[in-house]
Every structure is written in structure tokens, then in C-alpha cells.
Write a protein that binds this ligand. Sequence first.
Ligand SMILES: [Zn+2]
Length: 303
Amino acid sequence: MILDYVRRLLIVFLLALCVSIMFFTGKIAKAETNKITEETVSWTFPVEGMITDSYGTRSGTHKGMDIGGDIGSPVYSVAKGKVIRSYLSPSYGHVVFIRHENGYETVYAHLESRLVEENQEVGQGQQLGNLGNTGRSTGAHLHFEVHRGEWTIDKENAIDPYMVFGQGEVGQLVFAQERDPYQAVGVSGTAEITHDVSTKEVHINENMVYHVVHKGETLWGISQQYNISVEDIKSANGLIETNLVVNQSLAIPQSAGSGYVVKQGDTLYSISVAEGVDVNDLMAWNGLDLKSPIYPQQVLNIQ
Ligand SMILES: [Zn+2]
């Protein structure tokens, strides 16, 4: 009887030990992924646009970062290197692979056009091609991958681009040939890089917003949310089927008069002045108060 009790106590103790080990190793792993790698500290963003999907989504199968933007926007090499592949792939579309001096490789996919050839040396910020929607892609975006080592079919060397540019999030604007405006802070050996967004023109298509599909959403539901037709969403994204994939990024065309697309530097007051409406009305129509944050690409109702 007592032996049985001791045995039970021992099992509980061992279970607790296992759980705490799992907890601590999990914590360590998390801390590692948030750390910016020293080898890539000088890298700059490949294109101007908005982060529409991040690494590790789609049940872990998405091994890169998606940046939505205008078709034709220049796509640049994030660092000095050599073009090791430049071709048209059925899945990546027009794609360029760059091998960098430190052994890293970067991939620039779904391009509209390519401007570099295999074996060509490229400098940091050199244009590789133009943003597009080729290959297995819905909507204009750059799919960007970082590999610590060689690119392989299993992508086992792929790392989260947030380890290069710093932790960002979906919906964040990024600027070509620059580091993330919200990061590069706290990296040893580099000064804080500030970014004056107020003087920088943002060339994201002002008539488009991007919607990242969540579980359970339908095209019809999304069309209601943005007050446009299902057909308009389908044509803007070249969709034939109405099936959506979780985390898929949809371009949503904004027809004139349906709302106001928030730009960098806007405030509720500046919008109310620009639109000739009362700021209190603007807040009421959108369920906002003066403390509510607004963000670029958000659509506000103007009635
Ligand atoms: Zn992608």
C-alpha cells in the first residue's frame, strides 16, 4: 500500500520534470529564433511593399516571407553575391537564387521578369527583376526565402527572414534597399537605424488593400466585409475557383467612395480634414475612439 503510494508520487514527480524540461527547451528555442543573426546584419529589404505572410505558416510549409506590392516594382538583392539560378519554375515562377559570400542563399520568386543571368556577380541593392505574380501564386507578391547554407528541395536550411531583418508582422510596410524601420535596434555593433516615414512616399497600390484569409472565411464573407462583389475579388486575384487557403493573401480592390485607405502618417484628424467629415462622425462610423490605433492599408468607412 505504501509502496504503491510512493510509486505514484514518483510518477507525478517524473511527469512534472518532463513538462518543465519541455517548457525550458521550448523557451530557449524561441529565444534563438528571435535573435537577429550577426552574418546578415547589413542586409536590406528586397522590395517595397507590405508583409502579407510570414515564415512557418500553412502548417509549417511556408518557408519564406511574402511581400505584397505593385506588379513591376523593382526587386533587389539583399546583399552582395552571385546568381546561381535564374529560370522559370512551374511553382516559383520567374525566380532568382543568389549565393552570398557567407554561404547563405536567398530566393526571389514569382517575379514578373528577371534582369540577371546565372553566374553573374551582383552587389547589394542591385536590381534582380520586377515583382510579379508568376508560378503558383495568387496576387502580386515577392516570395522571399533565406537559407543558412544551400537551398535544397526539402528546404531544411531555410530560416525565418525575421532572423535577418528583425521581428516584424503581417501588415507591416517595408522599404526596398533599407532595413526594417522597426528593427535593427539592439543588434550589437550597429547603430540604431531610424526611418522617417513621413517624408517617404509609399508606392503600394493605393487602390488595393490586402486581406490575409483566416480559418473559416469565405469569398462571400470577405466581399461583404469590404463592401465589394465576389467577382471583383476573383478578377483582382486571377481566381477561377472560389476555394480559399488559410493565410492566403488576397488583393482587395477599393472602388472610389467605398472607404478611405489609411496611409503612413495619417491620423483620425488628418483623415477627417482630407475627407471633409467631422472627426466624431468618422470615429462613430468605424467604431473607433481617439485612442484607437489606425494602421496603413486599413479601410475606414466614410459615409
Ligand atoms: Zn510565400
